[in-house]
Design a protein around this ligand. Structure first.
Ligand code: ZN
Length: 140
């Protein structure tokens, strides 16, 4: 996904008295910062590179900036889990969904690393498939 946006970075003070560079779409209203956006761009690019060729990044805004990394086939979506108690977010681990590209999935895995989370969703899905095979056997 392109990191190009159609609205400018505003250097200002927000309604809560926070000074800085704000980068927030007109429809968001979350006073999202340029720093948070850049943090998402960098973190997503690092993970995409770590996971290998063909993985792509996705940055999205929803009262804050968020990111995920998408597998070359589009079926795995890896998202970080952060704890926001301190000024800078602390990475707790990752969530991975497995599903049809562009659709919400109910198959999830998680882990301390992205690779562990990917293995988790694949193992959970295999277990689900095996359970369905057993369920379908001997139907009358
Ligand atoms: Zn925003």
């Amino acid at each position: 996904m392109s990191s190009e946006r159609s609205w400018p970075v505003r250097s200002t003070t927000d309604s809560e008295g926070r000074a800085g560079d704000f980068y927030c779409s007109p429809g968001c209203g979350g006073n999202c910062t340029w720093e948070a956006y850049q943090r998402c761009v960098i973190a997503s690019e690092i993970l995409a590179r770590e996971l290998g060729e063909g993985w792509t990044t996705e940055i999205h805004e929803n009262i804050g900036w968020f990111w995920s990394v998408i597998s070359p086939c589009g079926r795995l979506n890896v998202c970080p889990s952060y704890q926001y108690l301190a000024k800078s977010p602390k990475l707790l681990g990752y969530h991975v969904s497995l599903g049809v590209p562009g659709h919400t999935s109910s198959r999830w895995g998680r882990g301390k690393t992205a690779k562990i989370a990917i293995t988790d969703v694949l193992n959970r899905t295999r277990a689900e498939v095996n359970e369905l095979v057993v369920l379908m056997q001997g139907l009358r």
